[in-house]
Design a binder for this molecule. Sequence first.
Ligand SMILES: CCCCCCCCCCCC(=O)SCCNC(=O)CCNC(=O)[C@H](O)C(C)(C)COP(=O)(O)OP(=O)(O)OC[C@H]1O[C@@H](n2cnc3c(N)ncnc32)[C@H](O)[C@@H]1OP(=O)(O)O
Length: 198
Amino acid sequence: MTHPGSSPLDERGTPRAELAQATRALQDEVRGTRIDGRRARELAGIVAEVARELRDSGADDEVGRLHMGPGPVNRGQTLSPVYNVDTWDGRRMQGTVTFARFHHGSVGTAHGGAIGLWADDVLGRLSRELSEGRARTACLHVQYRASVPVGAPVWFTAWADDADGRKRELHATLEDDGTALVTVDGLFVEPRIPLNGH
Ligand SMILES: CCCCCCCCCCCC(=O)SCCNC(=O)CCNC(=O)[C@H](O)C(C)(C)COP(=O)(O)OP(=O)(O)OC[C@H]1O[C@@H](n2cnc3c(N)ncnc32)[C@H](O)[C@@H]1OP(=O)(O)O
C-alpha cells in the first residue's frame, strides 16, 4: 500500500508548508477577531509588508503557480480546507478533513462552497494519483445531507470507477459516526487538447 503523503506532489513538512499553515491561522483569526480599529490598521500594515516581501521574492507565473515542475503543486494555496490522507490502496483514499473558522458558513457549520472546494480538491488529487494525464473537473454534484462541523475532523472516503476513455467518474463521502453528511459525484475528463502546464 502506497501513501500519497510520500508523493513528490506533497509539500508536507517543508518551510513553504509552514508558511501556508501560518497563513491559514491568520485567515482564521481575521475571521473571528474583536480587535479594535486602531490596532487593526497597524496590523494591516504589517501584513501588507509580509505580502510585499513574498511578492518581491518573485518567480511565479502571475497566476500563483510557483512550482509546476517536479515538486509541490497547488499546495501553497490556503483557501482549501486541510485534509490528511491516512490510507490509499491505489483505488480508494481515506482520511480526515477539518473545516476551519475561515470556512464557517452559518450557525456553526461549514460553508457549502467550502465543502464543494474541498470535494474538487480531493477528487482532483485522486485523479492525479490514478493517472499521469491531467484530467479536469467537468461536473461536480454535491449533496448536502447533514451539517458539517467546523473545527473538528470529519472522516472522508474518495474512490474512482474504472476510466471510460478520457472520462472518469469519481466519488467521495464525508461522514461522522457512520452518518453520511455529504456525498459527491464528479466527472473528470482529460482534455482532448492538453493544456500547457496543466
Ligand atoms: C499533493 C498535491 C495534489 C494536488 C491536487 C490538486 C487538485 C486540484 C484539482 C482542481 C481541479 C479543477 O478544479 S480543474 C478546473 C475546473 N474545471 C475546468 O476548468 C474545466 C473546464 N472544462 C474543460 O476544460 C472541458 O470542458 C473539459 C476538459 C472538461 C472537456 O473538454 P473536451 O476534452 O473538449 O471534452 P469533449 O471531447 O467535449 O468530451 C469528452 C467526453 O466527456 C463528456 N463531457 C465533457 N464535459 C462534460 C460535462 N460537463 N458533463 C458531462 N459529460 C461531459 C462528453 O460528453 C464526452 O463524452 P463521450 O461522448 O466521449 O462519452
